[in-house]
Design a protein around this ligand. Structure first.
Ligand SMILES: CC(C)(COP(=O)(O)OP(=O)(O)OC[C@H]1O[C@@H](n2cnc3c(N)ncnc32)[C@H](O)[C@@H]1OP(=O)(O)O)[C@@H](O)C(=O)NCCC(=O)NCCS
Length: 105
């Protein structure tokens, strides 16, 4: 497998049932060749077909590849969660991103 992307529910609240929390991962040796974008475009298209209206996630601000991928796909920066994750004993901020799936409107 070269890449995968998933979009489980963001929340179990009925009002947010069309919001999905995406993840994407490309095999290390295959990065930078368009596979992440391809996987995310397919995921967004399928989510739109299913009537979901938004993809969201949280990205470490120093994750340049992930931020570039989100921006190339039209994601918007929503804001920053401060002290959101603890990695190797260190507090980390997370940038919140969202993409409205226009095919759902
Ligand atoms: C983030 C990730 C999925 C990107 O996948 P990828 O296949 O390498 O990305 P693509 O080749 O499709 O590139 C998509 C865009 O990002 C840009 N980009 C990719 N890697 C980049 C990097 N390291 N620095 C700057 N820009 C980068 C590309 O130029 C492209 O932009 P463009 O369409 O405007 O030309 C991949 O790096 C990865 O699996 N990282 C580890 C897991 C992770 O961080 N997942 C995201 C959090 S859920």
């Amino acid at each position: 497998m070269v890449a995968w992307a998933s979009a489980p529910p963001y929340s179990d609240r009925k009002a947010c049932e069309g919001v999905r929390d995406f993840s994407v991962y490309v095999a290390r040796e295959r990065r930078g060749h368009g596979f992440g974008k391809l996987a995310m475009e397919a995921l967004a298209a399928e989510c739109g077909r299913r009537g979901y209206w938004k993809l969201v996630s949280r990205v470490f601000p120093e994750n340049q590849a992930s931020l570039a991928l989100c921006r190339a796909l039209g994601f918007r920066d929503v804001g920053v969660y401060h002290r959101h994750a603890k990695l190797d004993g260190e507090w980390r901020d997370c940038l919140i991103v969202e993409l409205l799936l226009s095919s759902s409107f």
